[in-house]
Structures are given as structure tokens and as C-alpha cells.
Design a protein around this ligand. Sequence first.
Ligand code: ADP
Ligand code: MG
Length: 670
Amino acid sequence: MANQGNLSINSENIFPVIKKWLYSDHDIFFRELISNGTDAITKLKKLDMMGEYSIPEENELKIVVSVNDKDKTLRFVDNGLGMTAEEVEEYICQIAFSGAEAFIEQYKDKTNDDQIIGHFGLGFYSAFMVADRVEINSLSYKEGAKPVHWDCDGGTTYEMEEGTKDTVGTEIVLYLNEDSLEFCNEYRAKEVIEKYCSFMPIPIFLKNETAEPQYETIPEEEVTEKDTVVENIVEPEETEEKENEDGTKETVVKKPEQHKAKILKRPVALNDIHPLWTKHPNDCTEEEYKEFYTKVFHDFKEPLFWIHLNMDYPFNLKGILYFPKFNNEYDTIEGTIKLYNNQVFVADNIKEVIPEFLMLLKGVIDCPDLPLNVSRSALQNDGFVKKISDYITKRVADKLSGMCKTEKESYEKYWDDINPFIKFGCLKDEKFCEKMKDYILFKNIDGKYLTLPECLEENKEKHENTIFYVTDEIQQSQYIRMFREEGTDAVVLKHNIDQPFISHLEQKNEGVKFLRIDADLTETFKEEVSEDDKKALEEDAKTLTELFRKALNNEKLELKLEKLKDEQVSAMVTLSEESRRMQDMMKMYGMAGMDPSMFGTNLTLVLNANHKLVQYVLAHKDQQDDENVTMICQQLYDLAVISHEQLNPEAMTKFIQRSNQIMELLTGQM
Ligand code: ADP
Ligand code: MG
């Protein structure tokens, strides 16, 4: 006799809410129903282990999802422990439902930003997001249990009666609503299952009830009990006439008689029930790590190295973090950290659990202890979650520092790839910074890797507490050459993260100053000059300033005249470190169009008094209107600027025109 009941006292408004709830995540019911199935199977296995039930030998524990686009149904079938009528009444009608109710009560006033992580907790009733009607057919493992059939049309009442299911387990049938028909498409279903269930611990199979059956032919001896044989095939013996050496003929067997079987194509599970992170690190090979990486992240570049997290105390956490290879410094670094809860996918990049800088990596983290049915803001304030996040940070820092200590060569080899990540981590996380500070490397212009103390020590005599750096090895090559010739060192810092990072280092290390290689010319590059010479240089500088200002039509031009040791250098520009940082900041905030001189960020032109062209200009100071003098001034200035920054389009056009003009003059064509 059918048993009717009310789902709950004030539930009229619950189904519409469930249906609309989190529109973008409608596919999540797949995960909920499949994980209920895996739970049921896991429980049955436990009962079997405890001797309270004996799973029949031939029973392959599995979940089968069947799609039927004609009937517009989806079926989730498990051979887990099943439910009796009383259990359906209790777990589905009362508990599950009250869970749904509590959920709505809690979240009805919240904005979408504060969704529960992964929506755990609503479970069974998520089926009503896509279905107008849901059926349960279940047979409990309990001795003498009667099958139960439950039917609910999404209103507030349900019907329950004795069913017909004759094998232990549960079948959930969803009659999809018109808006959700996509889910009975085989490929869509496969996509969703792979998204959420790729690593669930029980094999999951997908069946398309309306597709033509597919067959395969295998040798008869390979047929097992699980196969459905549709035809036995005997391939007759093949023979061949062969002529012997003595001319007689003989019949030989080319291929013996073969017995084959045509069977229904064997189903293949969609998931990997033993994902690599669940294994002990000692049991995993390098190949396996790489294969897993490619499979999960679809990244065909090999990862540099990885960290296998494996911890059961004081909390349970397993996972693998990969350091990806970046192609070049322009590659945007974008990682993904996938979070799992007992092999069930929750979401990507949950920043409440995973420190922000770690999201530059690619990895999986499985933490069964996470309280995922709470809101994100609650997670954020959860001390336990903070501990998890601290643990992950610490393990990453330990791995990196350990590598620097014991495998210096590999560490150096990876440095160019991993340094933006480490620097970002130092900026973002005080503890990480503390642990990593002695393992920050600086690559110098000769390609050698030094630590900060080593850099400072090396340059103690020439420029104490100052580190010169290069941001663009090509553009700044003129300065680099001068540095090399003087035996002065500089380090290469060319990533975007380096500017904020050196400011950070300067704050942390009092007195230490980073100067870009073109920020200033230190005394090392200048000849020593007598007092008289100095006076003469100052006089000449005044003259040249006037000349250059006129030639360049720039009344604000700052000019210095120095006797540089390097006679090949005619002119250079310098821009003080502070001014340049200010300029970079303006660029970053989109104020590039503003006049830099407003902030006193003008370039200084440094002329080399030892250079012939500079001497030429000086010697012709009285012929101010001489076209050659003007042209030389302009050309010297542009050449100096090019080593420092890109010419603007207008200046570049003029520079090219003028260069051509100079060559024409050289060849006497003008
Ligand atoms: P939760 O899984 O978090 O307990 P659900 O709403 O998903 O919440 O399920 C409620 C309860 O219904 C489960 O705890 C379980 O007892 C029962 N249940 C649901 N699906 C199945 C199933 N396939 N087999 C056996 N029991 C089930
Ligand atoms: Mg559940």
C-alpha cells in the first residue's frame, strides 16, 4: 500500500529556491548523487570487513550513471548498502530535507559572494535543481529487507511503497525538467563527471541507454564472466601451397583455426580511483608524477619539480604541488590549485585555504578534514584553515631552502623560473619571507648566482651597501660593458616583480640600496682630476649646457661634463633611482602622458670630455649656428637616451632621418 507523507511543515517555498539556487553550478547534483553512491559502497565494504555482511564474490562495486535522452531521464545506480523504507523516511525525508531547509535558512539573505564552499550539505536534494520528479529504488543489505520505491514530484508531498528492486543498492532516477535536458546528453554528462569525480574512490561508468550497442571482438580465451557474448566466431584455418626444394608440393598451415567472441564493448571507468596523491611518495616514480601533471593540468611542458604533501597528523592532508615551467618572462604566471575533499573535487583556487602566492603553482590538495559546508567568510576566520594554509607554506619553503642547501646546482638551474614565485611569496607572506630570505639568489651579469650577503661582500670596496642592477640586458648593454671593463658587478633583475621586491629588501635591510645601472656614474668610471682641471671642466660644462639646450630646444636640460676612463663612450644619460621609480610608478598607474619634469624626473646628460665629438663641439662653441654642431648635439643626445629607454615615436623618426643625413654627409652627397 502506498504510503503518503509530508516532507516538512513549511516547505512550500523550498523547491523553487533549490531549483534556482546557484544557477551557474547546476551540474553539481552529479557530484552529490555520485558521492552518495560512493558513501553507500564504502559503508557496505566496511560492513563486509567487520563481518556483518558478505559482499557476493561476483559483485563489482561500482556506480553506473545512465543517460536517456528519449525518456529525458538520468539514473544513478550504486551497489552500496541500500536503504529500508524507515531509512528513506529518516535520512531522505527528514534529515536530508532538514539539511536543505537549514541551508536555505542560513543563506537566503546572503549575497552570492558568500556561497558555501562547494555546496556540501545539501546533497540529495540538489537533484531537484534539474529534475521535476525524482524516484528512489532501493534494497537494503539487511536480512529480510523489502525493496522500497519512493517518488516525489517536487511538491511538498511524496509517495512511498514497496518496490521491485532485487539487488542490494540504490537507484536514483531523475526526470529532468525542460531547462536541464543538456544533462541527459552523453557527452555533457561525461564532462561533468570528469570535472567533479575524476578521482573518486569507486569506479564510475557512464551508459547511454539510447545509443546503438557497440561491440568488440576478442580471442575466446579472454572472455570473462562479466562479458556479454553476442556471437561466437570461428575463423577457419588458412593454408598455403608450398614448393619444396626437390620440386614436390606441400600444403602448409598459414594461420590456424581461431575461436573468437564478439562481445558488448567493455565499459571503461571514467575515474582513477587511486590518484597519485593518495600513494606514499616513496611509491611514486618520476614518470608517474609527470604523467599525472599532464593529465590533470593539460600542460604539456614538463614541470620543473614537485612537492608531495603527505600528512595525517595533526590533520589529514595530501596533495602534490608542481612548479611549472614558464616560457619566458612575459608569460603570465597563472596556476591552479585544485581542492578535494576525500577525492571529491570541491573547487579551484580557494583562496581561504590556499595562500595566494601558491596559486601561481599547479597542484592538487586533498583535505578530508576541511569544514566545507560553511561559508567562505567563516572559513577565512577559521583557525584550523589557517593552520592548513601555514603548513602548506612551510612545506614549500622547506623544500626550496632544502634544495638550495643540498642541490645548489638544480636550485640555480631553476632559479630563473621560480624566482618570481618566491619573490611574490616573500612580498605576500611574512613567514615565508623569513624562511626564504637567505635563499634568494641574484644572477650577476656574468651569469653567476649570488646571495645578497655575497653581492654586498663582493662590492664592498667599490660601492659599499649598493647593488647595481640591470633591467634590460640589451638596452643597457653600453653600461654593462663599462661595468665589466671596470670590474664592477651588477645583477640582472628583469621581472615585473623585481621593483616591488627590491623596495621590500631595502626596507628589510637597512642601509642597502639598489641602483639601476644607469642611475648614476660612480667615481670608479671617472678619471681623477686636479682642482684646476675641475674648474676648467665646470666652465666647459656651462658652455656645453648652453649649446645643447639650444640644439635640443630644451631649456631644462641638465648636463654634466666628466672625464670618463672609457674613451669610447661619448655621452650617457642618468636618471636618479628615485626619479626612475617615480616614473615607473606613474606608468603603472596610467599617468604616462604626464610631464615627468613636474616631479623633477628629468634625465641628466653626461658628456665625456675625453671623447673626440664632445671636444669637437667645444672647439666649435662659437659657431653656434653651424648645422654640423647642432646635428652632433642632437645625435649625441639621442644615442645616450637609447641606452636608457626607448625613444618616443617622434624622436625615433628624427633620429633615423638625421642618421641618414650624417651618412650622406660622409659620402659627400650633400
Ligand atoms: P549527506 O550525504 O551529507 O549525508 P545527503 O542529502 O546527500 O546528505 O544524503 C542524506 C542521507 O541519505 C545520507 O546520509 C544517506 O544516509 C542517505 N543516502 C543518500 N543517498 C544514498 C544512497 N545512494 N545509498 C544509501 N543511502 C543514501
Ligand atoms: Mg551526500
